[in-house]
Design a protein around this ligand. Structure first.
Ligand code: PMP
Length: 422
């Protein structure tokens, strides 16, 4: 594990930053929040940043030349700069505000993909992908006669770089890959995959919805072509996300959607596109949310990225030990040294939805279902799984509570079965 330069603050101090964390979801039932892969909780600094916009300067950006609009524009653009620094973008214009990861990937597919791909071209994906990094490519493939290829994972949910290499060919134009699986937690070998893809002249689209939130991703160092991520997975508001794109690629792309603000001159017949990044931001953007996402990034930037990773690793080491002690619990995916803070399980005697409901009675919030990754569940022959996902404000005690609640659920189902057969 990487050495940590400065440890995380004490848990009590962290907890004070998150009003959502310390609450009772019903009288006497304390919340244990383990659904962070779906969305994270928001710290006060984010809540206050959004509130300040809404209450003090709720104006549109880039339009009116009046004090409030100037203030809104400044805050909105400052947030863009904060995000650009956080992911190591060379230029602030390479950061496009979107509605989220899904929106950002669709933008690449609808603009770069539609413009530059030809029949017979190939897109390489992996078995780990969220539907957000699958459906946009399926839609494009159907429209343009493209071929989708899938790099397979190992039985324990790891992605080996050779598995990606086997799918690459001279027709590969895009490798679209998650940085971290939202189901198994698997961290993918981005460095190697990017080098191999670039060797073939393909571009790399990284789904960073989990990766940016849990591991520092530096687009410059890694040589990423496009990176998509969401504010709400990293302490920010919902409804906002980012597409990072290399300037050269973004410059060559046409806008995917038309409207106000993305044009400089308009006649009845046509229009001239605005400069980056506005070319891709038609209409009124999610102003409050972008400002909130900037505040979230500032909040996260105070921590040593290695400390965040080390903390999740410690939580996963603990969680794996606990679950391995419970008969009938199967952990899906790799050992903690190959993943971030996500623990998905298949429990012999309890359906994931029943489990999630029973856990909720004890205040433990997890997610049950396919987590927008049906092909991955098919790979394991499962209809659904139960997922507990951590963030830096979670503790080993949260996982103790999870384990205890799982034991109770298993016992309850065992009792019911024996009563039925008795
Ligand atoms: N990719 C991954 C890996 C995710 O975890 C998610 C959210 N569950 C998404 C994409 C989609 O993100 P959003 O819903 O914010 O667009």
């Amino acid at each position: 594990m990487a050495t940590v330069d400065s440890p995380l603050p004490r848990h009590d101090d962290l907890k004070a930053d998150f009003p959502g964390l310390h609450q009772e979801i019903r009288p006497g039932v304390r919340l244990t929040y383990l659904d962070n892969a779906a969305t994270t909780l928001k710290p006060w600094s984010v809540i206050r940043a959004v509130q300040a916009y809404d209450s003090e300067y709720p104006a549109n950006v880039h339009r009116g030349i009046h004090a409030l609009s100037e203030r809104a524009t400044e805050a909105y653009e400052a947030a863009r700069e904060t995000v650009a620094r956080f992911v190591g973008a060379a230029e602030v214009e390479e950061i496009i505000w979107t509605r989220g990861t899904t929106d950002a990937i669709n933008l690449v597919a609808q603009s770069w993909g539609r413009t530059f791909l030809r029949e017979g071209d190939e897109i390489v994906l992996t078995d780990l992908e969220h539907h957000s990094n699958l459906i946009p490519w399926q839609m494009l493939a159907k429209e343009k006669g493209l071929i989708l290829r899938f790099a397979e994972i190992t039985d324990d949910g790891r992605l080996e770089d050779e598995a990606v290499e086997r799918q690459l060919s001279d027709r590969t134009r895009i490798v679209a890959i998650t940085a971290m699986s939202n189901v198994l937690g698997t961290v993918t070998p981005l460095d190697e995959v990017i080098a191999m893809a670039h060797d073939r002249g393909a571009i790399v689209v990284v789904d960073g919805a989990q990766g940016v939130a849990h591991h520092a991703i530096d687009v410059g160092k890694l040589g990423i072509d496009f990176l998509a991520f969401s504010g709400h997975k990293m302490c920010g508001p919902t409804g906002v996300g980012v597409l990072y794109g290399r300037r050269e690629l973004l410059e060559a792309m046409p806008p995917a959607w038309g409207g106000g603000s993305m044009v400089t001159r308009v006649t009845r017949e046509g229009a001239e596109w605005n400069d980056l990044p506005y070319k891709f931001e038609p209409g009124t953007p999610p102003i409050a949310q972008a400002i909130g996402m900037g505040a979230a990034v500032e909040y996260l930037s105070q921590f040593d990225a290695k400390a965040l990773i080390a903390h999740e690793r410690q939580l996963m080491d603990h969680a794996h030990r606990l679950m391995e002690d419970i008969p009938g619990v199967r952990i899906l995916g790799p050992s903690p040294d190959h993943k971030g803070g996500i623990l998905s399980m298949d429990i012999e005697s309890v359906h994931p939805h029943d489990l999630a409901q029973l856990l909720d009675r004890e205040g433990v919030a997890i997610r049950a279902g396919q987590h927008c990754a049906m092909p991955l569940h098919q790979r394991y022959g499962l209809m659904a799984s139960a997922r507990a996902s951590a963030y830096f404000y979670n503790t080993t005690e949260d996982f103790d509570r999870l384990a205890e609640a799982i034991r109770h659920a298993i016992e309850l189902f065992r009792d019911r079965r024996s009563r039925r057969s008795g």
